[in-house]
Design a protein around this ligand. Structure first.
Ligand code: NAP
Length: 279
């Protein structure tokens, strides 16, 4: 019987996951369909019960349900529980088990550049949901330091204090991050500053950036934010948000099928879809 996979969100029409995942399902000749469902906040519990009743094989959760879904699942993986957000659910013999592949997705995307974080000084800009997934997952990789700079610095401090894994971290203002920027090997931009249509904005100045740094922006619209344009001009290595998106989807696919998919094919698919948006 044909299997069903899905993504639940509100809004959901913009999601690139259905085209990316249906393509990769057919590439591996898996008799399945991945469908986007628009689910509003008040309908989430009913939607999850409905998916269980029809025996769905697995699904993704996107904004605004990543935290709200937790009480409606049977089990939550330890990392997802500590992050407090689930983006992937697997139907394991009738039990809905929640995982978070966002953080590992981001880290897998760095593999061409970084094999170990133990000697790396990392700076995360932002302390929202995406920063939380990346910070907690990276904390498990034992970086030398992993600091967080945020407009609201208390949120950065709270994020550090809520991390169950040992870290060498401090909370910074964006101004402090600018001053100390040359100290970091990896800079990860997770705020929405620079996202379309505000494409000329940057969260911090890069005047003190080292040319040896790797600068990542998890935004993918535009493909190259102003931050990445300036970082490239400074001689730094840059990476955009497409890698995180592709790898979080690849890791979800692996959890559902046991196959780690062809990420090159998935990346090309996403870039083709992004060709249709204003960048
Ligand atoms: P979020 O939870 O709402 O967090 C937003 C962050 O941006 C907070 O740190 C917030 O700081 C900061 N911020 C917002 N407006 C600001 C401003 N005017 N000046 C300075 N800082 C500001 O959002 P999120 O879910 O983490 O998503 C953040 C970005 O990541 C979005 O652009 C999203 O598209 C992208 N993303 C990409 C992927 C991917 O797969 N590539 C996955 C998830 C998210 P305060 O705490 O001070 O408000």
């Amino acid at each position: 019987m044909k299997k069903l996979f899905a993504v639940l969100g509100d809004p959901i029409g913009h999601s690139m996951s259905p085209v990316m995942l249906n393509d990769i399902l057919s590439f591996y000749v898996i008799d399945a369909h991945y469908h986007p469902f628009h689910v509003s906040r008040g309908d989430l519990e009913t939607a999850v019960k409905g998916l269980k009743a029809i025996g769905i094989s697995g699904f993704n959760i996107t904004i605004p349900h990543k935290s709200a879904i937790i009480p409606f699942l049977d089990e939550i993986d330890e990392l997802a529980l500590s992050i407090g957000a689930v983006n992937t659910v697997v139907n394991e013999n009738g039990k809905f088990v929640g995982y978070n592949t966002d953080g590992y997705g981001f880290i897998k995307g760095l593999e061409p550049y970084i094999s170990s974080f133990t000697d790396k000084k990392v700076l995360v800009l932002g302390a929202g949901g995406a920063a939380r997934a990346i910070y907690f997952t990276m904390a498990k990789m034992n970086p030398q330091t992993i600091d967080i700079a945020n407009r609201t610095v208390i949120k950065a401090q709270e994020l550090i204090e809520s991390c169950p894994y040992e870290t060498n971290s401090k909370a910074l203002t964006l101004e402090e991050a600018e001053i100390h920027l040359h100290e970091y090997d990896v800079v990860i931009q997770t705020t929405m500053i620079g996202m379309y249509p505000n494409i000329s904005e940057m969260p911090i100045s890069l005047r003190n950036l080292s040319s040896q740094s790797l600068v990542c922006d998890i935004i993918y619209n535009p493909l190259e934010t102003q931050l990445l344009i300036e970082a490239r001009k400074k001689g730094a290595t840059v990476q955009n948000g497409v890698e995180m998106f592709v790898y979080q989807g690849a890791l979800a696919f692996e959890k559902w099928t046991g196959i780690f998919p062809d990420v090159k094919r998935m990346r090309e698919n996403v870039l083709q879809q992004l060709g249709g948006v204003k960048c």
